[in-house]
Design a protein around this ligand. Sequence first.
Ligand SMILES: [Zn+2]
Ligand SMILES: [Zn+2]
Length: 461
Amino acid sequence: MRTKRCSNVASETDEMFGFRSGSDFTFDEFQRYAYTFKESYFGIQDAKEGSNAGETKKKTWKPSVEDIEGEYWRIVEQPTDEVEVYYGADLETGVFGSGFPKALSVVTGNDSDQYAMSGWNLNHFPRLPGSVLSFKINSSPMVYVEMCFSSFCWLVEDHHLYSLFPNWGDPKVCYGVSGSHAPALERAMRKHLPNLFEEQPHLLNELVTQLSPSVLKSEGVPLHRAVQHSGEFVLTFPRAYHSGFNCGFNCAEAVNVAPVDWLEHGQNAVELYSKQCRKTSTSHGKFLLGSAREAVQALWELSVLGKKTTRNMSWQSVCGKDGMLTRAVKTRVRMLEERLDSLPICLKPQKMERDFDLNNGRECFSCFYDLHLLAARCKCSSDRFSCLKHAKLFCSCDINHRYVLQLHTINELNMLVEALEGRSEAIIWASEDTTDMHTTRLDHESGMFHKRIKSCDPRET
Ligand SMILES: [Zn+2]
Ligand SMILES: [Zn+2]
């Protein structure tokens, strides 16, 4: 089956797998095209099977969702049948508009105000209290204009984020596999499409592979199916593979969401991306530290000022010794500590400049790992950095020319964890401006990391 994407450039991989850039359509033109296609497609199918030749021209038979589903998988599984459909994918709401009204600064009393103000409005959803995406500037929804058989192939969201999409128009059939069974789905894909994976080892990142639910079931992959009708929302969970197709003309909007419990999934995602040398689209370290700073501020306001606002209470609920935010920060700090400990060579510590990754994320030259908290560099290059795993591949310069850049020392990060756990002194300490704090303390405080580096620096012995 071929899908032509409208108003969107198809990548080389898209082209290889039958996705091509299509013509430009207006919304109305697309709608008319979609209706005509479906009518004639199923009319013809019906006519072939119809017994009375005189009745074949105008049939009013409407295929059910199950009829369309059967036909869809028949086409996908029989590559000799060529069916071409169009799909307006990943259209930016900033350019093409959103189906949800934007909140006006003045509430007018119109009916549309309730939709403008609603938390279910996709324009606000990613920035609701408790969502760590509020630290990311660009989290606008995308629009999808679809027709019968236009499909979305098996995918997980970038950074294993949650996604939320409402549907308007004809039903959308969605299949889902829970995050815990993602590796099972990947194994099944590799087993059934060995040649494709040989050509393109990270094929699943390209969103071009469809495999039928019956094949996945036969491989023991637990699968869920949902028919999404007009006005219904579908929420996908971290690393939950999903795919599907449309039963006719419809329009969907989708946005990624990151409640605090996503942080640990996002951490797993960046570790996986580093192993696959896959580029990250956003800095996980910024999300993590941004969330921790907001939370500490909230804890300070609660304990010192007694400000029991919804926002403050919401942050408090993810803190404490066992809180999910505390756990996520602790896991990352332990990980940093282990990486520093296992460095095969000793690198000199250096304070990370404030503007190190202020405007653009910095990534490892080798695996694209996010370097917001820690990076390695050498005097021989001013714009090349690496993660600690790849510090040894950096260059062949003398070790004295190489540095480890730290945003915060391990001691500072441990204090941050203690603040999140609720220790009063740590809350007061961490609620100060952390940026100013680290510029003065990194050089003066003999942190654990600082000490360790000193003790193995050949010039110190
Ligand atoms: Zn790396
Ligand atoms: Zn060098």
